[in-house]
Ligand binder design. Sequence first.
Ligand code: F42
Length: 145
Amino acid sequence: MSEYLPSPREWVAEQVELYEGSGGTDGLTLRDTGLPVIIVTNRGRKTGSIRKTPLMRVVDGKSYILVASQGGAPKHPFWYHNLKMEPNVEIRDKTEVYSMRVREVADSIERQRLWALAVEAYPPYQEYQDKTDRVIPVFVAEAIE
Ligand code: F42
């Protein structure tokens, strides 16, 4: 079994600990926004270790939309590269855990529709896009049948 490596960002690691440690009954929102968060569990592309990444909860039917915004930073987050290499993930949404496969959305019309859903769920995503030169990647996570 691979080891779980917590995020070096303390507030992120603490959110994961609270969310997962409570079985999805505590630590469910982003700081003081009150907006819901999911936890994505995936593998590090170099270490092979287990990584856990809290992201805003954006849904499209039964799919989840993952937005690699990292606060509008100039570079994609590491988890973007991890997911490109290993698209099979687990997503925890409160007390439910789903095995899912992710794909990056390449089609611009599809991206536009999903981006609108993302901004509706978490309006700062638009500010993040406006302040960075990169096009913020969007993934769709779908249940593995
Ligand atoms: N980030 C987002 O991008 N979008 C969101 O919607 C979002 C919401 C959110 C809500 C709550 C919360 O607590 C955090 C939230 N974040 C959101 C922040 C998010 O959880 C991540 O912390 C952030 O996106 C940065 O991701 P990152 O993968 O770049 O993490 C950094 C800090 C990190 O952990 N770096 C590790 C390190 O040691 O520096 C490396 C991690 C890693 O994946 N290593 C790979 C490996 O093999 O293990 C190799 C990676 C490589 O390619 O070199």
